[in-house]
Design a protein around this ligand. Structure first.
Ligand code: 2AM
Ligand code: CA
Ligand code: CA
Ligand code: CA
Length: 272
């Protein structure tokens, strides 16, 4: 379905050769089941894409092939199948095979593949492919972020009243006094693409609880290399395993979101 190319040992560039095949797969009948809750969906394609990405990376980088599988690949569906999700110092690929599975099931055109790479727990590479329009976001630490080869730059907006805010779950908006003070709020159903919109400057901030490292890893490199901030909802440094994230183009907007989240921050790591 998706063909993955990693073009040199340092810079991961992922290209989907068969955009047309992906789009026709979207229109076909899907094998859908649920995981932790009735709305936590998974399809055959989620499993197939994750297997394809891992086997392609193994083939491309035999020297990365781990003695212990758990040490070097973290994938959403492998983790769901019981593979321990643990970020260690080893070079580790962090994979979300289909981000926006619910969108994928509905053929709602916000679906992405996300691949991050960390060494010594530091994020080094991020690649996100928008499956419907073929947009490819890439970044390598210290070398900038790009969308289809064009350099990305976050929004420089500091004024909250002019900020467009992205998140996932509508009812959290009721708890958090963000929407009345900002220009508007959007929910697109793909955390990785929402984060790419922060990197491109199309929106000013994103916040969410309950995401996993595979939702954030690739996008965090892309946003930082585009000049933005990716931090914890408490305002501290991002912990990839904490399930809390705020991303923003400017520190001022990030601080505003953090401040608004304080009343609901502690003890919350769920998405719903
Ligand atoms: P996914 O499609 O890879 O599961 C939409 O709700 C966004 O939140 C998607 O990016 C989705 O990723 C992510 N998400 C993370 N954990 C989720 C969960 N438990 N249920 C629904 N969406 C989840
Ligand atoms: Ca999922
Ligand atoms: Ca995801
Ligand atoms: Ca997924």
């Amino acid at each position: 379905m998706f063909l993955i190319y990693i073009n040199n040992p340092c810079i991961a560039a992922l290209a989907a050769e068969n955009t047309i095949a992906v789009q026709s797969a979207v229109k076909q009948e899907k094998q859908v089941s649920s995981k932790s809750t009735p709305t936590d969906l998974v399809t055959e394609a989620d499993h197939q894409v994750e297997e394809l990405i891992i086997s392609t990376l193994r083939e491309k980088y035999p020297s990365h092939t781990p003695v212990d599988y758990n040490l070097r690949f973290i994938g959403e569906e492998s983790s769901a199948a019981g593979v321990k999700c643990e970020l260690r110092d080893d070079p580790t690929w962090i994979i979300d095979p289909i981000d926006g599975t619910c969108n994928f099931v509905h053929s709602f055109p916000m679906v992405a593949v996300s691949i991050g790479f960390a060494v010594k727990k530091e994020l080094e590479l991020g690649v996100i492919y928008h499956c419907f329009d073929g947009t490819l976001y890439t970044a390598r630490k210290g070398h900038g972020a790009f969308c289809n080869g064009v350099r990305l730059q976050v929004s420089k907006e500091k004024d909250v009243s002019k900020a467009l805010i992205l998140t996932e779950i509508a009812h959290l908006l009721m708890e958090v006094r963000i929407s009345p003070l900002t220009r508007s709020v959007r929910i697109i159903g793909s955390s990785t693409l929402a984060l790419c919109h922060i990197a491109s400057g199309a929106a000013e901030a994103y916040y969410q609880y309950g995401l996993h490292c595979w939702d954030i890893a690739a996008a965090a490199v892309i946003i930082r290399e585009a000049g933005g901030y990716v931090i914890d909802t408490t305002g501290g440094p991002l912990d990839l395993m904490s399930r809390r994230v705020v991303a923003a183009g400017t520190r001022q907007i990030a601080d505003y979101v953090v401040k608004q989240l304080q009343p609901i921050n502690y003890g919350r790591d769920d998405l719903t």
